[in-house]
Design a protein around this ligand. Sequence first.
Ligand SMILES: NC(=O)C1=CN([C@@H]2O[C@H](COP(=O)(O)OP(=O)(O)OC[C@H]3O[C@@H](n4cnc5c(N)ncnc54)[C@H](OP(=O)(O)O)[C@@H]3O)[C@@H](O)[C@H]2O)C=CC1
Ligand SMILES: O=C(CO)[C@H](O)[C@H](O)COP(=O)(O)O
Length: 472
Amino acid sequence: MASAEIGVIGLGVMGANLALNIADHGFDVAVYNRTEERTREFAAGAGELSSKIIPTGSLEEFVAAIRPPRPVIIMIKAGDPVDQQIAALKPLLENNDIIIDAGNANFRDTMRRFEELKDTGLTFIGMGVSGGEEGARFGPSIMVGGTEASWNRVSDVINAISAKFNDEPCAAWLGENGAGHFVKTIHNGIEYADMQMIAEIYGIMRDGMDMKAPEMAGVFDAWNSGPLDSFLVEITSKVLATGDDKTGKPLVDVILDAAGQKGTGRWSAIESQQMAVPASAIEAAVGARSLSAMTGLRAEAEELLGRPDLGRFEVGGNAAALLEQALLAGKVAAYAQGFAVMAAASKEFGWNLPMPIIAKIWRAGCIIRSRFLDEISEAFTKTPDVANLVMTPEFSRIVKETDTALRTVVAEAVRKGLPVPALSSAVAYFDQLRRARGTANLIQAQRDFFGAHGFERIDGKGENHGPWNMGN
Ligand SMILES: NC(=O)C1=CN([C@@H]2O[C@H](COP(=O)(O)OP(=O)(O)OC[C@H]3O[C@@H](n4cnc5c(N)ncnc54)[C@H](OP(=O)(O)O)[C@@H]3O)[C@@H](O)[C@H]2O)C=CC1
Ligand SMILES: O=C(CO)[C@H](O)[C@H](O)COP(=O)(O)O
């Protein structure tokens, strides 16, 4: 008997919690997982929600359990598995059924899938979901891409299960085809930059100020009541306060310093380059994760080159306050870059991405949720067409107020041999951005010299060439 209102395929961390969240909001949900054992375990652990959950052992049974037109959420490993899953599902579905890929898909795959399914009678939605395990269970931030009509058909359930900020759902339709997954990708790119900058500040405290993890936990905890108030700062404090049962040391001290990455940060950097919109903080964060994973090379390099031991990180006065300001400044650069990349993609793909709404739906539920996003949403609401976040009155004020702190922290870290790739990229970004006459005049001259590429003069339009003397 088809009684479920919606189905979820994939009962890993995210799918299982999303299914429980859906059931918790009163919807009957059919579930299926490739490995049936996981479905059995999930159903057995569903407790009082089990009456709303229909576990199924085959795709046929799964499809038959959902009332047409069927919304089917796929929440499995991104990439080829999604194509395989769609191929297996397609012959079983009927006209008007909706396939919703909720994993971290590359938006280019989403656009392809959208096209492939366009004339089949089925509808495809690419839906970015953020919030990790807890978000999926109790309210994630949800970024939807597809036709507006398809969004209207699923918005009740998606709004219901999403996080709420001031009672507003942190879910929205953001545009056609790949829009939702693109925005989720940039969300993750910003997440990478945010995390990297926090890690750089942690590195300064640990290696430059000789602070121990519990002491740092207190500093991050205090920062969480100020302008840096955010989920990532909050969990950083909690992580730093956690001990290791085995050694009695802070757990963070016994974790291998090699960061994993599943692709979304890298895609953000690649897409920013494709669109010629600088996202140097995100790139620095991706690069730093890659270099972190080269543990053998780093050990050899330390041996060969020596690790600079240039003394303590000294900024005079209140170092914690300066670090807090520097982190805030770095965040502004990362978010300004992420939003600028989205603005360019919006034009290129004709999505008309609503920046104030994107900032709004990131205010709760997602990994980068913060007080800061409320300020961004306000800034974009007041000045929706601004070219760059830092050009808004609110954020230009923050850039000016935090400038000395960012510059001081980066300069002192560089002087003392403490790596700060993302924070230093922020200084360079701001310094280049606010310099009306830069140095690319020389690059233009060089290009013209070796390749006759031409240049424009400051005192007139049109292409010019220099009288370069190639012979000498
Ligand atoms: N974890 C997180 O914080 C977040 C994850 N995501 C995204 O959500 C998606 C799911 O992630 P998560 O729940 O963490 O992953 P898990 O590793 O916990 O679970 C993976 C799921 O994918 C299924 N799967 C893997 N390969 C295939 C395949 N070839 N065919 C069918 N099913 C397959 C697994 O089934 P089986 O049990 O049979 O192996 C399992 O249900 C990913 O795209 C991820 O990037 C998005 C936001 C946050
Ligand atoms: O989407 C997420 C959070 O928003 C996932 O946790 C994702 O896996 C994070 O990316 P990575 O694994 O590359 O750190």
